[in-house]
Ligand binder design. Structure first.
Ligand SMILES: O=C1O[C@H](COP(=O)(O)O)[C@@H](O)[C@H](O)[C@H]1O
Length: 237
């Protein structure tokens, strides 16, 4: 593993291939969950969706920890039911909540509602009882520099990126997002004990480097700048 600091408040963890990355990231997350369970009897993890996390989910699902004491939720979700191929909950059910991790308690963000605003409000209420703060959050990133559902073209982006928001879940409308979204607030993400960004491929690497260039204000940069602790970036070609 090549480890280097490129700039700003993050560490770059580079791997020779995606399998090695998956195993290493699963090890870091499992260690955080185990520590939380031993310190407070419970652990809270938020994971991203999209196409990148499947290998990491598979590795984490086989890690022998006290999964019955772990609550898993999503960093963000598309406003689609779990049966949709675009559902992040569907991805988590098929790849993470398997093997040893089948014992984990999963709290989805999607449920039927008249509007995305209504769904976000009832998620906000339902998620209040989770054991905050997150012990670990694993973010993804799109080629446009979005992370969670903080899309660069989202309506009211400053509200989404408000690090002092009192909201847990926010609704998102962005033309580039495909469908309305639900996202954890910036405040809940950056309060996590361990913040990882998982990206793969040369295009994502250059999108990340571009987002971190001086003067750029891409959402991923806003998260890294607002986080009170170093963000661990996990990358493989
Ligand atoms: O829309 C989303 O995209 C990002 C990145 O997804 P990927 O397919 O490029 O890996 C993801 O982190 C987010 O959870 C998802 O909703």
């Amino acid at each position: 593993m090549a480890r280097e600091q490129l700039s700003g408040a993050y560490n770059w963890n580079g791997f020779a291939d995606r399998e090695q990355l998956a195993v290493a990231l699963a090890g870091h997350v499992a260690a955080r969950l185990t520590k939380a369970i031993s310190e407070r009897g419970t652990a809270l993890l938020a994971v991203s969706g999209g196409t990148t996390p499947a290998k990491f989910f598979a590795a984490l699902s086989k890690t022998p920890i006290a999964w019955d004491k772990v609550t898993v939720t999503l960093v963000d979700e598309r406003f689609v039911p779990a049966s949709s191929p675009r559902s992040n909950a569907g991805l988590v059910a098929a790849n993470l909540l398997q093997n040893a991790a089948a014992a984990a308690h999963f709290v989805p963000l999607y449920h039927e509602a008249a509007s995305i605003e209504d769904a976000a409000l009832s998620d906000n209420e339902a998620l209040t009882s989770l054991p905050w703060p997150l012990d670990a959050v694993v973010l993804g990133m799109g080629g446009d520099g979005h992370t969670a559902s903080f899309f660069p073209d989202a309506d009211d982006l400053p509200r989404l990126l408000d690090p002092s928001s009192q909201r847990i879940v926010l609704p998102v409308h962005a033309a580039s997002a495909g469908e309305p979204r639900l996202t954890l607030s910036m405040a809940r993400i950056i309060a996590a004990g361990f913040i990882a960004l998982h990206i793969e491929g040369a295009e994502k690497r250059s999108a990340f480097e571009d987002a971190m260039a001086p003067g750029k204000r891409k959402p991923i940069r806003a998260v890294i700048d607002a986080a009170p602790r170093t963000v661990e970036v996990f990358w493989a070609p």
